[in-house]
Design a protein around this ligand. Structure first.
Ligand SMILES: *Cc1c(COP(=O)(O)O)cnc(C)c1O
Length: 498
């Protein structure tokens, strides 16, 4: 299996090279040259396995330059007993007849990113051995909250790696800040910056491409790499859980092998839903992929019109991990549906950065509409959904999952499509206590701090809180450093080579 680039289709690298590089040198994103297929018989066999067994069977289809033992070790290391609070890793819960929730937040940071970010460090260290002469990998992350913490947990004490995370000092929630500043591990560092998320992101990009910084690292036998969702190594673990969800429905007798399902995904950077699209292209019986957005509905509009237009107001919503106007992984879908036409993808991306929009035209739009449905839900609708679903089904969901569920119910009412459906649930409701409490009982959070809100939500709903979030209260703060934008490179060097 070889990988090419969305902006240069003559590129051919293996998976270890793609994962080590993170992004193609031409600025494009890596994706496999062909898509491996799974048959109904394969699905039958996978259904008899546990999550780790399924991962060990699916990952080799993409990582053909890894040995069996290497993949087994990576999977066993990522999903080792006790790391996830459910032994099923990604359990499927029935909400009502024909509607299922795929709970992707059983990992250490209580968000779906754990499933990929627990595996990525293992894939990356094996890849670096194969493709980078065993250099030590230095991961730099700029985060607005969830990615930073999930990456820290994933890379902590992984031999051969170091990780530095930058976050905007005034731009993350109190719970998110505490999650990062109390991070344990001998190879981690966390630094706040005087600036916003874009400043952090630009600062990190500047360090990645700084010749001096790269040379200093090389002199110490190290190299930079990236842990965000442009790295193919973050997408491939996500394909597994969609296939696994289908297997679970099959094993429970909720569907017959070959039956179609719908998949609904609360979407930001388009990584998670793209993984579902890959599962479909591999042969998983999927009817519609339903792309759910919050008030920042640039994707809803794109799927409806074929015009991607970021020239619009940016809203801060109660589902902050989806507050995004540039969905980077869409580039992979356009390459896939557009017949691998790198010149066209390049032109669209140029138009996006220079003019703020691009138009893919009727042909691609028709293809997108045959695969995807789309919708959006604002904060009022999110609150109403959380309250309704809790009162009618005793199921408590977070704001991101609520956006997806609300979009699904609207879709079903409009289309009368009764296909059995899986809704991806991307975070624990306890990660967004303030908004969830607000939805259930608007007066309940007045005057409460983060941990008091957590207690209040427990009392109100009787739903258990993930211990990892409760435990934060007693954790020692390890990282208090705050630097200016200009001091970021020095902070990295101090943390990794001094
Ligand atoms: C990152 C995130 C998303 C968005 O996922 P993408 O892969 O960027 O589309 C949705 N929900 C939560 C809770 C997240 O952390």
């Amino acid at each position: 299996m070889l990988y090419t680039s969305t902006r240069d289709s003559s590129v051919r690298v293996n998976s270890a090279q793609a994962i080590t590089q993170g992004i193609s040198p031409d600025g494009g994103l890596h994706l496999p040259v062909s898509i491996p297929q799974i048959s109904a018989d394969d699905i039958e066999r996978l259904a008899a396995l546990d999550y780790k067994g399924r991962a060990k069977a699916i990952l080799p289809l993409y990582l053909t330059d890894f040995s069996r033992e290497e993949i087994d070790d990576c999977v066993d290391g990522a999903y080792v007993d006790g790391k996830f609070s459910s032994e099923k890793i990604a359990p499927v819960v029935g909400l009502e007849n024909g509607v299922n929730i795929l709970e992707l937040w059983k990992g250490p940071t209580c968000a779906f990113k754990d499933i990929a970010l627990q595996l990525l460090p293992h894939l990356l260290t094996v890849s670096a051995k194969k493709a980078a002469g065993g250099k030590k990998i230095v991961i730099l992350v700029a985060t607005s909250g969830d990615t930073g913490k999930a990456a820290l947990e994933g890379f902590r004490d992984v031999p051969g790696t170091k990780i530095t995370v930058f976050y905007p000092n005034d731009g993350v929630s109190p719970m998110q800040k505490l999650q990062m500043t109390t991070q344990e591990g001998g190879n981690v560092s966390v630094c706040a910056i005087n600036g916003n998320f874009d400043d952090a992101q630009n600062g990190v990009k500047a360090i990645f491409t700084d010749k001096g910084a790269n040379e200093r690292l090389a002199a110490h036998g190290m190299m930079f790499s990236s842990a965000n969702s442009i790295n193919w190594g973050r997408l491939v673990p996500q394909i597994v859980y969609y296939i696994s969800a289908y297997c679970d429905l099959l094993a429970e007798g909720k569907i017959k092998n070959g039956d179609l399902i719908n998949i609904v995904v609360p979407t930001g950077n388009f990584g998670n839903i793209l993984a579902a699209c890959y599962a479909r292209e591999m042969g998983l019986p999927v009817n519609k992929l339903i792309c759910a957005s919050n008030k920042n509905k640039v994707l809803t509009d794109f799927i409806e019109t074929g015009v991607y237009d970021r020239r619009r107001e940016f809203f801060v919503t109660s589902s902050p991990s989806m507050d995004i106007l540039i969905s980077s992984n869409l580039e992979r879908l356009l390459f896939l549906l557009g017949g691998c036409d790198d010149a066209r993808v390049k032109a669209w991306m140029k138009s996006l950065s220079e003019n703020g929009y691009y138009d893919v035209g009727d042909g691609i739009k028709a293809k997108i509409n045959s695969l995807f449905a789309a919708g959006y839900c604002d904060d009022e609708g999110t609150k109403a959904l959380i309250k309704n679903v809790f009162e009618s089904r005793k199921y408590l969901c977070d704001t991101h999952t609520a956006v997806a569920a609300a979009v699904y119910y609207k879709y079903r009412a409009q289309t009368c499509d009764k296909t059995p459906t899986v809704i991806a649930s991307t975070a624990s409701p306890y990660k967004f206590c303030a908004s969830v409490l607000d939805a259930l009982s608007p007066s309940a959070r007045a005057g409460l701090d983060e941990f008091q809100m957590l207690e209040a939500l427990k009392r109100l709903t009787g739903v258990p809180c993930p211990p990892r979030l409760e435990e934060l209260r007693g954790k020692k703060v390890r990282f208090t450093e705050v630097c200016d934008i200009g001091g970021m490179e020095q902070a990295v060097m101090k943390a990794v080579v001094d």
